[in-house]
Ligand binder design. Structure first.
Ligand code: NDP
Ligand code: PYC
Length: 337
């Protein structure tokens, strides 16, 4: 039995706007939040598509989002800008800071944008893909809630702490990767829990610290980092550079601020943009062309580039729309009641 239904991307967009408006979010906030949700569904990122309308509903109903927040820009230095999201979603704060980051990176060769005081529910690839599409090498980092044990430990300390990177490819869509420093994003475990499916060993520990295949037990216990001590150190780095370095919360502080509401993390995000022209000047095109050999070396042996799956999914969705779980669609429509 087919338990999915077909939606055009315009229908996904309309659904996102209706639900977010029903929840009382301001039009200014809705625009970029809805576009991120449409992009996630379009690129078949199940854990960060329309499913996230449910976490938006929970987070807003818990009173944890400033519904009509207006980002405030603080120009810190020639190559540094901070945008205070005012307790609203990170998407409007990023859209506010993006042109300033680009202008500073063009002028200085490198620049950083710190987003503060923002609610985070999304993937980070939209940020680095947007910057790479403008010609920059870009990095993005954000902590989340303390759900993940450090390698060798059994108690949650780190967030799922994603790292995203984008690289400009002349005449081609950017090279992008974006992954949690936990074995998987928490959203993926939650989707397994909703579907009643077991999770692979290596994703989480139960509350007693034992390896588990039970999604609910891993969510109640602790998630694990990817790559053992390596993922654990990268996760610590994300805590530091997208937390204290920009004057914002660690994942433990974000979870404490959540105060049992079990809603989206609140805190910072760091985005760094590097203009290849800064180091290379007139030779930039030659070196970017040389970089293509790396991508050819990956695909030439049958391996795939990160971002290729998304770009293929994007082409399919733009042509045919998407299929979403009927149960998920019903749960989202229930938010309009
Ligand atoms: P994955 O483990 O699925 O890793 C995703 C990345 O790896 C993508 O760039 C993906 O490319 C690439 N990739 C996957 N398989 C391959 C392969 N076989 N060959 C080459 N590249 C591959 O995702 P995660 O569960 O770690 O994270 C999913 C999302 O969750 C991320 O977008 C992240 O930003 C988000 N997240 C957000 C958080 C937040 O606080 N805001 C917290 C944690 C996660 P492709 O997309 O093309 O498949
Ligand atoms: O899936 O881990 C996650 C996540 C946290 C915040 C947004 N996504």
């Amino acid at each position: 039995m087919d338990d999915t239904l077909a939606l055009s991307l315009e229908e996904v967009r309309t659904l996102a706007h209706r639900v977010l408006a029903r929840l009382g979010l301001s039009e200014r906030q809705i625009g970029p939040v809805a576009e991120t949700i449409v992009a996630g569904e379009r690129d078949e990122c199940g854990a960060h598509g329309i499913y996230r309308l449910l976490s938006c509903a929970q987070t807003i109903r818990a009173g944890k989002v400033a519904l009509d927040a207006e980002p405030a820009v603080h120009d810190m230095a020639p190559a540094l800008v901070r945008v205070d999201g005012g307790g609203g979603y990170a998407q409007l704060a990023f859209e506010t800071g993006r042109p300033i980051l680009a202008e500073k990176a063009r002028r200085c060769g490198i620049a950083a944008l710190g987003l503060n005081n923002c609610v985070h529910f999304a993937a980070l690839w939209p940020e680095v893909e947007a910057m790479a599409a403008q010609g920059f090498a870009a990095f993005a980092f954000t902590p989340s809630h303390a759900w993940v044990a450090p390698a060798g430990g059994t108690r949650p300390l780190f967030g799922t702490n994603p790292i995203a990177f984008g690289w400009p490819r002349p005449g081609k869509p950017p090279f992008v990767f974006d992954f949690a420093t936990s074995a998987v994003a928490r959203g993926e475990i939650e989707l397994h829990r909703r579907a009643g499916k077991p999770i692979p060993l290596g994703w989480g520990l139960d509350p007693e610290g034992n390896p588990t295949t039970d999604a609910a037990a891993a969510m109640a216990g602790s998630m694990l980092t990817f790559g053992g001590h390596k993922g654990s150190a990268l996760s610590a780095m994300v805590e530091l550079i997208a937390g204290p370095l920009i004057g914002d919360m660690t994942s433990a502080e974000s979870l404490a601020a959540d105060d049992g509401a079990k809603v989206s993390p609140l805190g910072g995000e760091l985005i760094i943009a590097i203009d290849p022209n800064g180091f290379l000047g007139a030779a930039a095109a030659e070196h970017l062309a040389r970089a293509e050999q790396i991508f050819d070396g990956i695909t030439g042996q049958g391996a795939r580039l990160p971002s290729l799956r998304r770009y293929e999914a994007r082409a399919r969705s733009l042509a045919n729309g998407v299929r979403v779980s009927k149960k998920l669609h019903d749960d989202i429509l229930a938010q309009l009641d």
